[in-house]
Design a protein around this ligand. Structure first.
Ligand code: PMP
Length: 307
């Protein structure tokens, strides 16, 4: 049976074929929606599914709705309950992805954020690797700078801001790379096209600060915790220059979609020996245990989907 079969749409769970929006929908015209991407992991050995850090994603989503004046009449608990219900109805036996989307459902024409109806839909889909995690990636620095907080805030996970991401990812692929690293408009390292970035040099791990036009990643936060608690490696949040990328011992991306993805080269400069570095390798292993509720101490991050 093809999945997904259901969506949460206009206040209830309906067959996905009935979840259709009007072509005049205001957010479709102007990209003024806030969305999330959440993963659920299937554990074949236990025949159980766990949603990873669901609550943190919904906390971020409601914060971002506030930035855009989008009002959703659902609490974090409601959103978590609906998500688990949707996943249970799909009866997945593979990893899945959840896409909540908060938008101006009004059909009135005008790019503004007030005096319009708002709504939320949620759907799920099967999803394996978003980027290849079995080999380190060939990466370029994008010629398209990241949108900034004063333009279309990257913190907001705003649908329209992903035009910027689409330019970056497309340019990278067209030029023969797997992914892009994007810079802020003042030339500092921000993140990947749709993932956060970590830098390792002489044992010191750094990542750009949340004020450098990044999405405040839920995975980034998990990685900082795992590095500190499991690998006893403190992480410094600091500004990173482009050329620090070229001389790094290790670089890796992280994100809900990307998970932990190693980087083999940046702009044709080999990183380390071009393979997975030791920190990346250890973190990949720990992270994949954490998301499947197999890492003692991290159980609070995993919500079981009971069917
Ligand atoms: N940056 C951007 C621009 C993203 O789209 C994503 C994916 N949501 C991330 C970083 C990673 O964030 P998270 O770990 O919360 O998925």
């Amino acid at each position: 049976m093809e999945k997904p079969q259901y969506a949460f749409f206009e206040g209830k769970i309906v067959p996905i074929s009935e979840a259709k929006i009007d072509i005049r929908t205001n957010s479709l015209q102007y990209g003024t929606a806030v969305f999330e991407g959440i993963r659920a992991y299937w554990c074949g050995d236990e025949k159980k599914m766990f949603v990873f850090r669901m609550r943190e994603h919904y906390v971020r989503m409601l914060d971002n709705c506030k930035i855009l004046f989008i009002q959703i009449p659902l609490s974090i608990d409601d959103l978590c309950r609906i998500t688990v219900e949707l996943l249970a109805k799909e009866n997945y036996t593979e990893d899945a992805y959840i896409r909540p989307f908060c938008y101006f459902s009004s059909t009135r024409i005008s790019p503004k954020l007030i005096d319009m109806e708002t709504d939320i839909f949620i759907y799920t889909m099967p999803l394996g690797d978003y980027v290849d995690t079995t080999r380190p990636l060939k990466v370029c620095v994008s010629s398209w700078p990241r949108v900034s907080d004063g333009m279309t805030p990257p913190r907001g996970k705003i649908s329209g801001a992903y035009v910027n991401t689409a330019f970056q990812k497309t340019e990278a692929i067209r030029n023969g790379f797997d992914e892009a690293i994007v810079l802020t408009s003042d030339g500092h390292v921000a993140e990947g096209s749709a993932m956060n970035l970590f830098h390792v040099k002489n044992g010191a791990v750094s990542t750009p600060p949340t004020t450098d036009d990044i999405l405040e990643g839920v995975t980034r936060d998990a990685v900082i915790t795992l590095l500190e608690k499991e690998l006893h490696t403190p992480v410094r949040e600091r500004k990173l220059d482009r050329t620090e990328l070229y001389t790094a011992d290790e670089l890796f991306f992280c994100g809900t979609g990307a998970q932990i993805a190693g980087i083999a080269s940046v702009d044709h400069r080999t990183i380390g020996d071009g393979g997975f570095g030791p920190v990346t390798k250890k973190l990949q292993h720990i992270y994949m245990r954490a998301v499947r509720n197999k890492l003692p101490g991290c159980e609070r991050w995993c919500t079981e989907v009971k069917t």
